[in-house]
Design a protein. Structure first.
Length: 198
């Protein structure tokens, strides 16, 4: 079995899946534009239904006016620690597609495909020696306005990217949570032939 980061897989898997986790303590050190774009390059190659590639990323690097703007779209609880990230990213997905006849139709797998793209970004971030922490705590309406996002797009999540700092840099309540989380057993998630879960 594979065991890393106080996590134990019940079946053999590559170590990167256990090494990847979502810290909150970041150093705030600068990430170069080329280094950041390399992470998005990995996301670009995610699988996509009908090759629609519905994912979009709006990013800002620490120390820029863009960073302050993206930070303001996060819930207050996330702003407390995400302010020390090297970069912030808002992930969007395109909810509709235009057919060859010009008809606007729902893109049913937009969130599924965008999730795959996010995970490619997360793994590349890990391989590059950085860490990525995705957040659901975003003011989606504000993000749409602040970022100038047109209709037929949806804000899916925000991501903080950075180098890990010592947990002592976090507020007390977050310091206690600063460790890789566990996962439900596969028996609660995977079913043969028929759904039997909760």
């Amino acid at each position: 079995m594979t065991e890393i980061n106080h996590r134990r897989a019940d079946h053999p898997i590559h170590s990167i899946f256990l090494e990847r986790w979502s810290p909150r303590a970041f150093t705030g050190e600068e990430i170069g534009e080329k280094d950041l774009l390399a992470l998005f390059e990995a996301a670009r190659w995610a699988p996509s239904a009908s090759n629609l590639q519905p994912w979009r990323f709006v990013y800002a690097r620490h120390g820029t006016e863009h960073f302050v703007r993206l930070l303001s779209t996060l819930d207050e609880g996330n702003q407390r620690w995400a302010k020390n990230a090297s970069a912030l990213v808002i992930i969007l997905s395109k909810t509709h597609r235009v057919t060859t006849t010009g008809e606007l139709r729902p893109a049913f797998t937009h969130a599924f495909d965008t999730g795959a793209s996010w995970f490619a970004l997360a793994l590349q971030t890990q391989l590059a020696g950085w860490h990525a922490h995705a957040m659901a705590g975003v003011d989606r309406e504000k993000a749409m306005q602040v970022l100038g996002v047109p209709e037929h797009y949806r804000v899916e999540a925000a991501v903080a990217i950075g180098r890990i700092a010592d947990p002592s840099t976090l507020p007390d309540d977050l310091r206690e949570r600063e460790k890789p989380s566990q996962r439900k057993p596969i028996s609660e998630l995977v079913f043969e032939g028929r759904f039997t879960g909760e």
